[in-house]
Ligand binder design. Sequence first.
Ligand code: C2E
Ligand code: MG
Ligand code: MG
Ligand code: MG
Length: 287
Amino acid sequence: KAKEKGRNRYCVFDQTMHKEALKTLLIQTDLKKALIKEEFILYYQPIISLSTQELIGFEALVRWNHPQEGLIPPIEFISLAEETGLIIDLGNWVFFEACRQAQVWKKQYEKAASLKISINLSGHQINEVNLVENIDRICNLTQLDPKFIRMEITENILIKNHQIINDLFQQIKERKIQICIDDFGTGYSSLSYLHNFELDILKIDKSFIQRNLNELKTIKILKTIIDVAYNFGMDVVAEGIETEQQSKILQDLGCKLGQGYFFGHPLNAKIFEKTWFETEQASLINY
Ligand code: C2E
Ligand code: MG
Ligand code: MG
Ligand code: MG
């Protein structure tokens, strides 16, 4: 009897696996057409000054508006796009669309005039030979001044190919684009790359902010990251701030910038501009 049960369970598991594999296969096929069908969409999340609660910029976050599955988060398709090589075209689209939208807002709203636009880049894009050429083309097309762009990359990119990355960063710096290290603390964190590369901004990964902030150990590690960043002349953004308490503690630790649901969720362009440019910011955050 037990054996039968086990076998049944095995069958169910097998079927679920089959269903999952099928779904992946469907998504894979759909993904290739999604760009042409214009199914990708950017959401925007505010980045805030912790002391003044002022908006200082926003991060573009891609979603896939799948005709059957609905809004699919990036975690479910970015690595697939990387495996299939689609990430290059998708990445270029994201870059273009974020710059286009930023420039539209800058022209339309005075509040947006000095804001930075943060754009995530995959390691595959960093290794792509035409990256700088594409960036130049996009800035020309959209008329966005590149000094407003912040490129977000993860630290794992920095462990390989020093020379290529150094040359690339040199070209990026010439254009006054800022380089931001995303999800700091989750990868091969090493002081040597803070020493080897001139990075402008460090984003502390949300897993640190969401640890128990009543523990001295947590506070010490946050304080250390923040001090290291400022000692290297970098700006610091605390990611994943969900509560007022987290915001206050990060501010007390000297962190100047924050991002997270406490300040605002990622929103589509229409709702983002209604929320952040067409209403009084001060009334949104009640201290
Ligand atoms: P990320 O760049 O670290 O972006 C921050 C993620 O944290 C976003 O998830 C955002 O929605 C989420 N988040 C923001 N505030 C909070 C908070 O208070 N609490 C919690 N729990 N989460 C918060 P999202 O949009 O699902 O994106 C996930 C990741 O996908 C991004 O992490 C980034 O690595 C990648 N990604 C997103 N858009 C792009 C893109 O256009 N290109 C590439 N290559 N990667 C992208
Ligand atoms: Mg990011
Ligand atoms: Mg992050
Ligand atoms: Mg992330």
